[in-house]
Design a protein. Structure first.
Length: 228
């Protein structure tokens, strides 16, 4: 018979401590998985993740329900890494051309340094979820907010902001994702220049249609701070 002192009572702190320890261990294993993906590629196996974490494979499933739960945790963390890495772009200052150039180069640079992680995101889909689409949506929503600000400054119809933002994100993502598979064909600087020019022409055409002619090299008024 188990004595009452050995059981976990509500409020005795054991359940909370166990939950905290389990969450900490999950994060450690996800970090190990990210390292394994960077080293071995997007088709990393559970065994390779366990090796990187320094444990036996069955031990992983003491902290994850199954392989799908592990993959979902990795995907969530990878998506967070992308959006966090690009977050400083929303606080840039300068001319339209400077903002576009820096943003595009930062996106290409992140892909160049984290190609395997991006490929892993592209391969994962849980319950109909597309992880890359989720990331693109987050970026496009931020860009929509930025475009709405400047369209308001220029006294233009802000309803077009979302369409323009998603169009820009789609152009950059599809072009850079393809470039990632054969980066030797077009140097990074050349790709940045191409995308910068294409994006500016899209934005310039949108502005001119609203009766606004903007010098791309003149400083813009600062955008609003990003939401916390």
């Amino acid at each position: 018979m188990i004595s009452s002192s050995a059981t976990t009572r509500p409020g005795d702190g054991r359940a909370t401590r166990w939950a905290g320890q389990r969450e900490r261990r999950r994060r450690e294993f996800v970090d190990a998985a990210l390292r394994a993906i960077a080293e071995t590629g997007p088709r990393v196996s559970t065994a390779q993740i366990a090796d990187e974490a320094g444990i036996a494979r069955p031990q992983l499933y003491k902290h994850f329900d199954d392989a799908t739960d592990l993959q979902r945790a990795i995907t969530d963390e990878a998506a967070l890494l992308v959006t966090t890495a690009l977050r400083p772009l929303w606080e840039l200052r300068g001319s339209a051309m400077q903002l576009i150039t820096v943003a595009v180069d930062a996106h290409i640079g992140w892909l160049a340094e984290n190609g395997n992680l991006y490929r892993y995101l592209s391969m994962q889909s849980h319950s109909g979820r597309d992880a890359v689409a989720d990331v693109k949506t987050v970026i496009a929503r931020q860009l929509t907010r930025l475009f709405e600000h400047y369209l308001t400054v220029f006294e233009m119809d802000t309803r077009i902001a979302e369409a323009v933002a998603f169009g820009v994100v789609g152009l950059v993502d599809s072009s850079t994702a393809q470039w990632l598979e054969s980066p030797h064909r077009v140097p990074r600087a050349e790709l940045t220049a191409l995308l910068t020019r294409w994006i500016w022409r899209l934005l310039d055409d949108t502005l001119r249609a609203g009766g606004v002619e903007l010098d791309p090299h003149l400083p813009l008024p600062p955008p609003p701070p990003p939401p916390t």
